[in-house]
Design a binder for this molecule. Structure first.
Ligand SMILES: Nc1ncnc2c1ncn2[C@@H]1O[C@H](COP(=O)(O)OP(=O)(O)OP(=O)(O)O)[C@@H](O)[C@H]1O
Ligand SMILES: [Mg+2]
Length: 289
């Protein structure tokens, strides 16, 4: 199951698309809100249901204790997004000033998310926020760089508008180079197109010299629900956004599988230890939901 990270050049619908993919997945799924600028799902979709004592920030201290402590903390900070608990959220930072504390946590946290994907069969979707570069490389504090380096797929979310493509043109090449030099390879990079504006998928792919791996429709009603919470709009289950997100999740799974077949991933040391902790916690119901 893939670990898919979503990023943008500027507020294109990363959080909304990440929620749509997580809620539409056919498998157990996790949305990790790793946007260093702060999470918005807690105050938005969840309408303040989750307190500040819960979520990503608290994993930084656990990581300093060791991999077991991090895996335990990770499991106990997952919030159920549905009644059955098949879809979970790792709530993001409540204050962007907390991002500095996470810099040394990202590599180990990324490891845990890959274990959840590889050993427990989860679809893991990461909201990695907006891209920021410093001296030609991903900014160490303003982006979860290590998480992007290790993701199976990194999707730049774009809209089919001139404004979105203009901004995306500036970040796509540095991002490709970053994944080539420090990540799992440039072939992990793709586009997620929000079908808004005059440009179609083939034009967007051509303009950015990058494949469109999936598309989501412009659907203000469902997107508004994901952004602000409250009552689901009428026909939510069959809404264009959710229906297309189901297809998109399958397309991403297929793209990640193709990639896995084409290349030999380096083994990830520490898997066995973390997998043991996650499994024990799941068996005794330690993971919420
Ligand atoms: N598929 C869509 N159809 C219609 N509106 C959408 C869609 N996706 C997102 N939006 C709307 O666009 C706005 C920005 O979306 P969102 O918060 O998901 O973007 P973001 O990239 O996470 O932004 P930020 O970088 O500020 O966190 C919201 O008002 C949201 O409801
Ligand atoms: Mg966002």
């Amino acid at each position: 199951m893939p670990v898919t990270a979503l990023v943008s050049a500027k507020s294109c619908g990363v959080t909304t698309s990440a929620l749509a993919l997580t809620l539409a997945s056919k498998r157990p799924s996790l949305l990790a809100e790793c946007d260093p600028a702060g999470g918005t799902i807690r105050a938005g979709f969840l309408q303040g249901e989750v307190g500040a004592g819960f979520g990503l920030y608290h994993l930084a201290a656990a990581e300093r204790t060791g991999p077991d402590a991090l895996a335990q903390a990770f499991a106990s900070h997952l919030w159920p997004l549905d009644e059955a608990g098949h879809r979970k959220l790792l709530p993001g930072l409540t204050d962007p000033a907390q991002a500095g504390a996470l810099v040394r946590t990202w590599p180990a946290l990324s490891e845990v998310m890959h274990v959840l994907a590889d050993e427990a069969g989860y679809d893991v979707v990461i909201d990695a926020g907006r891209l920021a570069f410093e001296s030609g490389h991903l900014h160490p504090t303003l982006t979860p760089a290590a998480v992007l380096h290790q993701a199976d797929l990194v999707l730049l979310v774009v809209r089919g508008t001139e404004q979105s493509l203009t901004l995306a043109r500036h970040v796509i090449d540095p991002l490709r180079t970053e994944l080539a030099e420090r990540g799992s390879g440039p072939d992990g990079l793709g586009l997620l197109l929000i079908e808004d504006g005059p440009y179609r998928a083939h034009q967007v792919a051509e303009a950015l010299k990058t494949p469109v791996l999936a598309g989501l429709p412009s659907d203000a009603g469902t997107a508004g629900y994901f952004t602000g919470g409250g009552r689901p709009p009428r026909g939510y289950g069959r809404s264009p956004l959710l229906r297309h997100a189901r297809t998109a999740a399958e397309q991403l799974e297929a793209a990640a599988s193709r990639r896995q077949i084409q290349r030999q991933y380096p083994s990830r040391p520490g898997h066995a230890q973390i997998a043991g902790v996650l499994q024990r916690l799941t068996e005794r119901g330690g993971v919420r939901g």
